[in-house]
Ligand binder design. Structure first.
Ligand code: GP9
Ligand code: MN
Length: 626
């Protein structure tokens, strides 16, 4: 009778250690992961470990040695292949693979081609551990039945794996707060939770949205379409097409809130240039940002689509494979060259992928700019060189063009080099708020130089310039300091008002030379798409959109936030209370009641469109009608 051979954990542990060390070496040699301190290095080092322990640990349950060895071999081979596929992809795209990228059929041909050209003769080294494993198991080919490792040891093994996982996540959370909900940058994810966990997370996101998409059949669109048609407001005849065939330059002003406009710090103006510019522009002083966790990317999403962002996660990340009917795409059809300009890593917020769905012709990202340590601060390239180099790039664009520029310097933690400080800091307990004024002031100066350069290069006359704040810069954590600055308590009412961001529409020949106007309509980023398209003379009557043209005489005073709060002409509804704008005090909730339903319906319809990818059906329907 065959004696049961005692299973040991030597082989799985060898497999784990080899793949672990290999992954770390690959991180250091094949990816360009920026490490700023010892803690980040430590996180990077341990991050492949927990996943590998779990996956190879499953081999402890096998009874047949042959099956167990085969499982270890195949697992090692698959993981090595995944790692290697990322390396090949990274060589070309400086980015990590995602499932949608792999399965987007129109991408696939290009991807395959470019990845293939990146394969090198020495790439077998990426499989060196698998080769070693193969040799190790080859000597023990004969199958024997094994006594599976006992329960206590097994439990200890998985406890260690779990402990490492929690340690990893704990360290990552302190180093990068709200990693999974807030920052959807693949580099950050790989750096903090490791390449294997990152792929698991990606699979999770993908299956969630696939399920919702699969269940949708387009019938939901009928109600939505009816609602939108019923609420459509006609453009203003005098404004429609006023900037026809002009270039459209949109500037996203990072973290720019409206309260700094026409305001000062100890007598020093915070935005001297913008204060002058608004006299030569249409300036909207009751305009709100409507972003959620996707921050800048949400503002881009709203602007392009006139749809609301999602309540969880960044739609740029979760629904980049959807069909959209974006402004860029519509302008492409009208013969515009469309692009975005942002001197940051192109995968941040999944922009490189989402921008394809939005339909830009080109994305000018970090690699298109000359970025040096001298012209960078904080998050990256400073706004002044960014604007300067961007105008140079604009001169190479085919006209008319639409470009959206995303500034960066006025980003938390609002750090500046000494030479870029034009005013002194504020003095409160919040360093964040204190510095905020100085970076806003820097941005103002950068915009001033930008306008000058547009004029010098002859681009100004033939363009319209739209500038808007993307989202708040000072969160509620700084309420105490904010109260000190504003000279009043930051109640929920005041907090809602602080979500105003500036919207400035500058039309040379129309608004300049003092012909501007301050327009006080309650409005939000959702209104940008129809407003801008109508100025360029592009119809939006058949578009699925929740915004309204800001110049329309029928525009409704209304803005909804992602959390269901809203603002009307007379009321603010927030934190389950209705406030009068006149008295700033809570009033009977029934006064807000009529608008509650509208807020709920709009957010709900918008979510349905995104989760169900409903615009793919809309397009079809339109084709059939034509
Ligand atoms: C990064 C920039 C800032 O590319 O858009 O993003 P944010 O943190 O403001 O969303
Ligand atoms: Mn931002």
């Amino acid at each position: 009778m065959n004696r049961l051979k005692k299973a040991n954990i030597v082989l799985p542990v060898i497999a784990v250690v080899m793949l672990w060390i290999k992954t770390y070496i690959v991180y250091k040699t094949s990816f360009n992961i920026k490490i700023e301190n010892f803690m980040q290095e430590l996180i990077l080092f341990i991050n492949p470990l927990s996943f590998l322990l779990f996956i190879f640990g499953l081999s402890l349950f096998f009874k047949s040695r042959k099956t167990r060895n085969r499982y270890i071999m195949v697992t090692g081979l698959i993981l090595s292949f995944v790692l290697y596929a990322n390396v090949a992809f990274y060589r070309f795209f400086t980015d990590y693979l995602t499932l949608p990228v792999l399965f987007q059929t129109n991408n696939f041909a290009d991807l395959g081609d470019s990845a293939a050209t990146e394969i090198k003769w020495y790439d077998f080294l990426y499989f060196i551990d698998v080769i070693l494993l193969f040799l190790l198991t080859k000597f023990k080919q004969k199958d024997v039945e094994m006594q599976p490792i006992n329960k206590v040891n097994r439990r200890a093994y998985f406890l260690v794996a779990a402990a490492i996982l929690f340690l990893n996540i704990g360290l990552a959370e302190t180093e990068r707060p709200q990693l999974l909900t807030r920052t959807f940058d693949r580099e950050m994810l790989v750096k903090n939770i490791g390449t294997y966990n990152y792929h698991l997370y990606d699979i999770f996101l993908q299956s969630k949205s696939s399920a919702q998409r699969a269940m949708a059949d387009g019938s939901e669109l009928i109600d939505i379409d009816n609602y939108i048609k019923a609420n459509y407001v006609k453009p203003n005849k005098d404004m429609f097409g006023i900037a026809k065939n002009k270039n459209l330059i949109v500037v996203s002003l990072e973290s720019m809130q409206n309260f700094v406009i026409n305001n000062d710090v100890y007598g020093q103006e915070v935005t001297p240039f913008l204060n002058d510019l608004i006299k030569d522009s249409y300036y909207f002083d009751e305009f709100y940002h409507q972003t959620g966790q996707g921050k800048t990317s949400d503002s881009e999403f709203i602007l392009e689509n006139s749809l609301y962002p999602l309540s969880r996660g960044a739609v740029f990340f979760t629904h980049s494979g959807n069909e959209y009917d974006a402004m860029a795409e519509k302008l492409n059809e009208k013969g515009y060259f469309t692009s975005t300009m942002h001197a940051n890593n192109k995968s941040f917020w999944n922009r490189d992928i989402m921008y394809q769905a939005i339909g830009y012709d080109y994305f000018y990202s970090a690699t298109d700019y000359e970025i040096t340590p001298e012209n960078s601060v904080g998050w990256g390239m400073k706004d002044m060189p960014f604007f300067e180099q961007s105008v140079d790039l604009m001169q190479t664009m085919k006209q008319p063009f639409y470009t959206k520029m995303i500034t960066l310097t006025n980003h938390h933690p609002f750090k500046l080099d000494e030479e870029d400080k034009f005013i002194s800091e504020y003095d409160s307990k919040s360093g964040t708020l204190n510095r905020y004024f100085t970076t806003v002031r820097y941005m103002d100066e950068a915009v001033k130089e930008f306008f000058q350069k547009l004029k010098d290069e002859g681009l100004y006359e033939n363009s319209i310039i739209v500038m808007y704040g993307d989202h708040y810069g000072i969160s509620e954590n700084h309420n105490e300091a904010m109260a000190q600055y504003l000279g009043k308590e930051v109640t929920p009412f005041v907090s809602t008002n602080l979500q105003r961001v500036p919207l400035i529409i500058h039309i040379p020949g129309v608004t300049d030379k003092g012909k501007g106007k301050t327009i006080s309509k309650v409005s939000g980023q959702i209104d940008l798409k129809p407003t801008m398209l109508h100025l360029l003379g592009v119809n939006t009557k058949n578009d699925i959109q929740f915004g309204e043209d800001l110049f329309s005489q029928d525009h409704h005073d209304f803005a909804v936030f992602r959390d269901g709060s809203f603002i009307t002409k007379d009321y603010i509804y927030t934190d389950n209370a209705c406030y009068s704008k006149e008295t700033e005090e809570p009033v009977e909730e029934s006064l807000c009641e009529p608008y509650k339903e509208k807020a709920r319906v709009e957010l709900d319809y918008s979510d349905k469109i995104i989760y169900g990818d409903l615009l793919r059906f809309y397009e079809n329907r339109e084709d059939q009608i034509q």
